[in-house]
Design a protein around this ligand. Sequence first.
Ligand SMILES: Nc1ncnc2c1ncn2[C@@H]1O[C@H](COP(=O)(O)OP(=O)(O)OP(=O)(O)O)[C@@H](O)[C@H]1O
Length: 242
Amino acid sequence: MPGSGSSATPSLKGVNLVRTYGDGTARRAALREVSIDLFPGQIVLLMGPSGSGKSTLLAILSGLLEPDSGQVLADDDGVLRDVWQMTAKEREQYRRGHTGFIFQGYNLFPALTARQQLEIVLKWGEGASPGDARRRADEMLDKLGLAKNKHKKPAQLSGGEKQRVAIGRALVKNPSFMFADEPTSALDWENGQKVIELLRDAAHQRGASVLCVSHDSRILPFVDVYYHLDDGHLERRELPRE
Ligand SMILES: Nc1ncnc2c1ncn2[C@@H]1O[C@H](COP(=O)(O)OP(=O)(O)OP(=O)(O)O)[C@@H](O)[C@H]1O
């Protein structure tokens, strides 16, 4: 069932996306004419075998990797704009302002505390004042059950805690689009489930469009839509009935 904030108008559209790697005989298609619509308030799961193109699709939709052809149309105050027709500066602003990315390996700064990981995103990304950044960072860490850990650096946190800090860092900007690449792969299922619930809340409670890549079929009951990617071909699949 879609989230309460879901709407009939996509907030992000991938249209006929093609991406190849390599040259000559080493040339290999990672995405073949892939189209996908993401809606506000929905969490979407993308599954598929290793090497099928999942990370490539996430990188293109999030404005990190340019497609060979096709379009990425993102909602910008009610107007769909082609992310790959923007200037590099505009695209950087789009990414900073509208997208949150959660990586498999957390990608936290080793020298910073949990609180500083979030503050830095707000100060650098939005130019938030130190006081505002601290207040919003603390609020988010509280919500994630990390209040007691805010002064700890990544090496002092468990895998589940690190992943929650990484989610907090993506969420604190209140992004319209959240991209998560294997966010539970390093976690036991208890922590993995918590992480998926947080991503689902980002969609259902905050109205974000969440696209999550995973190999883990235990995530299926938590999502609204499920796609399968195989050798660069995308197919929407029915969710298993409960
Ligand atoms: N930078 C690159 N140079 C060359 N080939 C690449 C590059 N990145 C990805 N590929 C190839 O493109 C295909 C799709 O890769 P991609 O990482 O998108 O797959 P994936 O589905 O995310 O895989 P996994 O589940 O193993 O992370 C693979 O065959 C991969 O080897």
